[in-house]
Design a binder for this molecule. Structure first.
Ligand SMILES: [Zn+2]
Length: 293
């Protein structure tokens, strides 16, 4: 069993032809050996409005493939009266009722601990919806919540929103797997050995409510840039890591989603152990999202 916790549908990209339909996503899953995938909307935030994948779009797509696709919802923290007191309760309850298992991909280009975000995080925790976020390095990136070097804003949210599960993703998150993060590469894909204990392992070790997905170039880079460290990291956090691809374009071939082959070879080679592999492949997702096993 393999569950991808991070997939998209919609029109991701600049050309009108860049649509990935639910049927195309399922065909890719068949080709790549993925049994089920969480589908994450992006268009409910203004940063992603043009991508044609609102929560309602995702719910409709998942209803067409109920055995394969699992819906997330996306809620923008600037909804409603845009104050730190906005009540999202009815909206979150509705999305839960309709089958959504998490909030994401959380992409507002705001500081991670902006009061509007903190308000939503707290209510996500009360609703039992984990928040999968994309972390970026700067406020002019166009999308993604923003943190400083060392991830102090994420740390504050983990501490103050202890009932909320957070799932880390994105370049500014994964570059912090190392204690040495060149400023120019915070939002990129640093290469070479991991040095010391970065903010990511430190926070994952200290906070039960921080999880992470292995999706995209950033997740793949983090566990492969220093292979021995990567294997040790997977072993250490085998109860909190989630397999994911971030598949988002119809023309993406397997080569464009290297985590699929990398994770398969880790499983085949036995270097991590079968039990740890099964947790990362599906059991952690089943536990975190309350899925049918
Ligand atoms: Zn994504």
């Amino acid at each position: 069993m393999l569950i991808d916790v991070h997939a998209h549908i919609g029109r991701i990209g600049h050309r009108r032809t860049d649509t990935l339909s639910a049927a195309q996503l399922v065909a890719k899953m068949d080709a790549w050996g993925i049994d089920r995938a969480c589908v994450l909307p992006l268009a409910d935030c203004p940063e992603g409005w043009y991508l044609h994948n609102t929560t309602d779009d995702v719910l409709a797509a998942c209803a067409a493939f109920p055995d394969r696709l699992i819906p997330f919802c996306l809620v923008d923290p600037r909804f409603g009266d845009a104050t730190p007191r906005t009540d999202f309760g009815d909206l979150l309850a509705e999305y839960r009722e309709r089958g959504c298992v998490g909030i994401g991909e959380f992409i507002p280009n705001l500081p991670f601990d902006d009061p509007l975000c903190m308000n939503l995080y707290r209510q996500a925790g009360e609703a039992g919806l984990p928040v999968l976020f994309d972390l970026t390095a700067t406020l002019d990136h166009g999308y993604g919540v923003v943190d400083d070097p060392g991830l102090s804003r994420l740390e504050r949210a983990l501490r103050e929103c202890g009932d909320t599960a957070f799932i880390g993703h994105g370049p500014a998150f994964w570059s912090e797997i190392s204690a040495s993060v060149p400023e120019a590469e915070r939002g990129g894909y640093p290469q070479g050995p991991v040095v010391g204990e970065g903010a990511v392992p430190r926070l994952m070790g200290a906070h039960p409510n921080l999880w992470a997905d292995l999706s995209a170039g950033s997740g793949h880079n983090a566990i492969t840039r220093d292979p021995a460290f990567g294997l040790a990291f997977l072993h250490r956090f085998q109860d909190k890591l989630l397999f994911g691809t971030d598949v988002l374009r119809h023309d993406q071939a397997a080569d464009d989603v290297p985590i699929v082959a990398t994770f398969q070879s880790i499983r085949d080679e036995g270097a991590l152990g079968a039990a740890a592999c099964e947790k990362i492949a599906h059991a952690n997702a089943v536990r975190l999202f309350g899925l049918d096993a």
